[in-house]
Design a protein around this ligand. Sequence first.
Ligand code: ATR
Length: 275
Amino acid sequence: MTDRYAVMGHPIAHSLSPRIHAAFAQQTGQDLVYEAIDVPPGAFAEAVARFRAEGGQGLNVTVPHKEAAYRLARRHRPRAEEAGAANTLWWEGESLVADNTDGVGLVRDLTDNLGFAPAGRRILLVGAGGAAQGVVGPLLDLRPAALHIVNRTVARAEHLAARFASRGLPITAGGFDTLAGAPPWDLVVHATAAGLEGAVPPLPPSVIGPQTLAYDMMYRRDGETPFVRWARDQGAARAVDGLGMLVEQAAEAFFLWRGVRPRTRPVLEGLRPPS
Ligand code: ATR
């Protein structure tokens, strides 16, 4: 019987994950199917139980269920533990196991695909929700000179930074008002949900300089994200969306499930509209 996988989220209709995993399966000769399942807020545990009862083997999890996925799992790999959020689930026997491949996905896109080395650079992380939580640890592992987290709800940014304080690394947090007067950042990572409403967080233009790589963890199938457009308008050296991260986090999930590591570059090239 063909093995079954899926991504659960809300909204999910426009997810590229089924296409990405189908391409990985074809490339590596793995026999599996992968579908997108719309799961409204509050219905996650029930949807996972149904998927398992129907023979499902593993799941990707996206907005707004990453923290629910973490809570539902019985066992957590260190990356999920550190993030307090999960984007990849599978069963080992009857135990549901959780990992988080978002951070490694972002880091691989930055370093392997975009040629950006975070060591010694100043990084601004915008947002402190489920998406931001997954990338703080992996960014700090690369030894930036500074990592500053800003969020609309300041306490949430402070709470996130405090979780990593014991590492003794240069992490700070605050509201958007803490950004005035600072020099432009080498890397600005956008991890808020504002783009879903077509908005951009209230960042001062001074966060972007001619050397800045602006990175939106979101992507859109039909053109630029609002943050990418905004960052380019401010004169960023480069402004990119999260398609590369999406493919890289998917490759890591595929590896966790199947023990085979797919090549990402041909899949990424197949998804990017010709420029
Ligand atoms: P996700 O898993 O996508 O991160 P989340 O946990 O609901 O979802 O977090 C959403 C993030 O986007 C938060 O950082 C949120 O800010 P608050 O913590 O203040 O709610 C941020 N966000 C959502 N809409 C926003 C907007 N219009 N402007 C600025 N930040 C916004």
